[in-house]
Design a protein around this ligand. Structure first.
Ligand code: PGA
Length: 257
């Protein structure tokens, strides 16, 4: 059985005191249920890089996992402004979101760069959450599946059989991010099924069944149940609603079947 993953992406929000307060409120809701929830799901939050030390401290003793929103693929060097995998590991970061559509479209990250980062994450035994998703234009012109499968194939370049099961894929249609417009569970499930089909073709049934595929894009406490109860939707990558402790806690407790 694949364990669901509910991942909060805080994007460029909060200051240290607010981040600590948010963690405290989330913990108050989630920690008492940790043993039950742990049976079939994991919970992660990804603060901005500079808040990682404060959030790591606030998470001490909790089962909530710590993620990063991005990283460089080199361990160190002359890369002004960047953060390396060992720096994240030093603070207990276990997961890293890579190739988020905001990284792709605002900061012009391409599939080749994202693939290098995925390989670096695997090398450092971190869990990469590799994002794929089509824009509004691509969606409207019926190219969603082509775009998503191309991003997937390029993102998985040079990733062997033993490693693919450690990758989490996040399908995030760009037109649904921060817009309040979610893909319907049926739309999302169709793309998730196709992603799993492509993994199956290349890596075989057992590995395709092990890879988790999250949905992201305007997930909230009202629509989460219908999304994550679909067989190929293994959790959610949550932006806006992850900044509100009560909404995020409710999403974490989603009904999954
Ligand atoms: P949203 O963001 O939930 O605010 O739409 C999701 C994401 O960008 O990961």
């Amino acid at each position: 059985m694949r364990r669901k993953l509910i991942a909060g992406n805080w994007k460029m929000h909060l200051l240290p005191a607010g981040a600590r307060a948010l963690v405290e409120r989330i913990r108050a809701e989630i920690d008492p249920l940790a043993a039950t929830l742990a049976k079939d799901r994991e919970v992660m939050v990804a603060p901005p890089a500079i808040l990682i030390p404060a959030v790591a401290q606030a998470l001490a003793g909790s089962s909530i996992l710590l993620g990063a929103q991005n990283m460089h693929y080199e361990d160190k060097g002359a890369f002004t402004g960047e953060v390396s995998p060992p720096m994240l590991l030093a603070y207990g970061v276990t997961h890293v979101i890579l190739g988020h559509s905001e990284r792709r479209h605002i900061f012009h990250e391409n599939d080749e760069l994202i693939n290098k980062k995925v390989l670096a994450a695997l090398h450092h035994r971190m869990t990469p959450i590799m994002c794929v998703g089509e824009t509004q234009d691509e969606h409207d012109s019926g190219r969603a599946l082509d775009v998503v499968l191309r991003q997937l194939q390029r993102g998985l370049e040079n990733i062997g059989d033993d490693h693919v099961i450690r990758i989490v894929i996040a399908y995030e249609p760009v037109w649904a991010i921060g817009t309040g417009r979610t893909a319907t569970p049926e739309q999302a499930e169709a793309i998730h099924g196709a992603i799993r089909g492509a993994i199956l073709e290349r890596y075989g049934r057992e590995r395709a069944d092990a890879v988790r595929i999250l949905y992201g894009g305007s997930v909230n406490d009202e629509n989460v149940d219908s999304l994550v109860s679909k067989p190929d939707i293994d959790g959610a990558l949550v932006g806006g609603a992850s900044l509100k402790a009560d909404s995020f806690a409710r999403i974490v407790k989603a009904r999954t079947r």
